[in-house]
Design a protein around this ligand. Structure first.
Ligand code: CTP
Length: 442
């Protein structure tokens, strides 16, 4: 391809300077120069407020060693500039089909040919509609029509536009044609409304891109149909509180973040989710039924009450012990010495649910370890009778922190996932669960 064959915003000089600055300022060791990168994405940025997140996506892809060539739609240029996109990608940015020279015919074909996959982010309702109908009236849609590469759409629009029958029809058409989808996420939107419509976060899109480039089967979970529709899931999260008397209790540092993120990710995949939660500071995930409990015994009763279910994910940091006697009144300080605190064992919720009749088809436990993580997790999986154990090393800042690095231990072996945001781990687990259910019914 000759770059002159397309209307190009030549940002090379600016990009080189900005690129150096960005590399030094924000990317640390990451290689931003596409010269070193072996995989390439063609990123189409549509005209939506979420376009600013696409700039972060370019940076996130670069951090992961994936080069990015950008096409801005006309609407896209209203939200981000070609200069910013070019500075971050280190490559020329293309915007317009209509000012092409005689080689133009090949230009857009070559653009998609030189990429390993296409990503449309934000994929606006208009862009999705034009792509679904094979419209080719600008560079972005012409490239989409001409490509034989995998296309990942990250939709972003107003809640009602997303829910509109026309949009859902277009999504189905594109999905039937083999497109992948990520999001939209549920949450507050720039237009002041709440619901599904927010573009997926850049790290989640980058995870999906990486998965697609690796031919990850779990990407089946990214198709627009919800693979866990009709499935019931019960998730436990947070700490338990074991009362000593009406004002004192024994508990732990669990924030509930990982369990809440898993509940949300399963709901996003279509599951009907009940979250049984110990005391946390977190809002209930959207579309999830939350039952608040305090003690381990209350948690067990709530979980049993939510059965039967297809999936049980036991993320709660359940106190193994509780005070043998719980006083009705706050006792006075003893005159001499320290008061005795006799303890008794709590029920093991995971082990009980793994023996329940009917048993959830997939029971997943977590193993919080500070040493010999995998060895102890393997033993724990057998001891508790669960299908998978998600093992994590809690010797660092995992409890209460934002990130987690886990190894999933199943009867078939182990799968280690690199340290990532707890929401990313949750999405990956939900995708693995979806994949497992797809396998079971195929
Ligand atoms: N768990 C449970 N009920 C308990 C204790 C733990 O359901 N009374 C669940 C946790 O939710 C987690 C798994 O069991 O999914 C493992 O929890 P962990 O605290 O790592 O293990 P323990 O059972 O406490 O074993 P140990 O303390 O010996 O490591």
């Amino acid at each position: 391809m000759t770059s002159s064959s397309l209307n190009r915003v030549d940002v090379t000089e600016f990009a080189t300077r900005a690129h150096t600055a960005i590399t030094l300022c924000t990317l640390g060791q990451a290689h931003l120069s596409s010269y070193h990168m072996t995989q390439r994405v063609l990123l189409i940025v549509g005209g939506g407020i979420a376009a600013y997140k696409s700039l972060l996506l370019i940076r996130e892809l670069a951090r992961r060693g994936i080069a990015c060539q950008v096409i801005l739609t006309k609407g896209g240029t209203e939200f981000v500039t070609a200069l910013s996109a070019g500075a971050l990608s280190g490559e020329p940015v293309f915007t317009d089909l209509w000012e092409l020279d005689e080689q133009a015919e090949m230009g857009h074909i070559e653009l998609s040919r030189s990429a390993d996959m296409l990503v449309v982010a934000p994929a606006t309702a208009n862009l999705l509609s034009r792509a679904a109908h094979g419209v080719a009236d600008d560079l972005a849609t012409t490239t989409l029509l001409a490509t034989d590469k995998r296309v990942l759409y990250a939709p972003a629009m107003n809640v009602r536009m997303w829910g509109a029958a026309a949009t859902q029809r277009n999504i189905k058409t594109l999905a039937d044609d083999g497109a992948l989808f990520i999001g939209p996420d549920i949450g507050d939107m720039a237009c002041g409304e709440y619901g599904p419509g927010r573009m997926a976060e850049p790290d989640a899109i980058a995870d999906a891109v990486q998965g697609a480039l690796m031919g990850d089967m779990s990407l089946d979970g990214l198709r627009s149909d919800k693979p866990l529709t009709g499935r019931k899931a019960v998730v436990t999260a947070g700490p338990t509180r074991e009362a000593i008397d009406p004002v004192r209790y024994i508990s732990n540092h669990s924030s509930g973040r990982q369990g809440y993120a898993i509940a949300q990710a399963l709901a996003d995949q279509g599951a009907q989710v009940t979250l049984v939660s110990g005391p946390t500071a977190l809002p209930a995930p959207h579309g999830v039924a939350r039952i608040d409990i305090e003690s381990a015994r209350e948690m067990l009763a709530a979980v049993e009450g939510a059965l039967p279910a297809d999936i049980f994910v036991s993320v709660a940091a359940v106190a193994d012990w509780r005070p043998a006697v719980q006083y009705d009144k706050k006792g006075p300080k003893p005159k001499n010495g320290i008061p005795p605190l006799e303890m008794t064992e709590n029920p093991d919720i995971l082990a009980s649910i793994c023996k329940a009749k009917p048993r959830p088809k997939l029971c997943i436990g977590f193993a919080a370890q500070t040493h010999d993580v995998i060895k102890l997790a393997r033993a724990k999986r057998k001891r508790k009778g669960c299908d998978w154990i998600v093992a994590n090393d809690v010797s660092g800042d995992v409890m209460g922190g934002d990130n987690n690095a886990v190894t999933v231990v199943t009867q078939d072996g182990e799968e280690s996932w690199p340290r990532a945001d707890k929401r990313a781990i949750a999405r990956k687990l939900a995708q693995k669960i979806s994949h497992d259910f797809r396998k079971a019914i195929s």
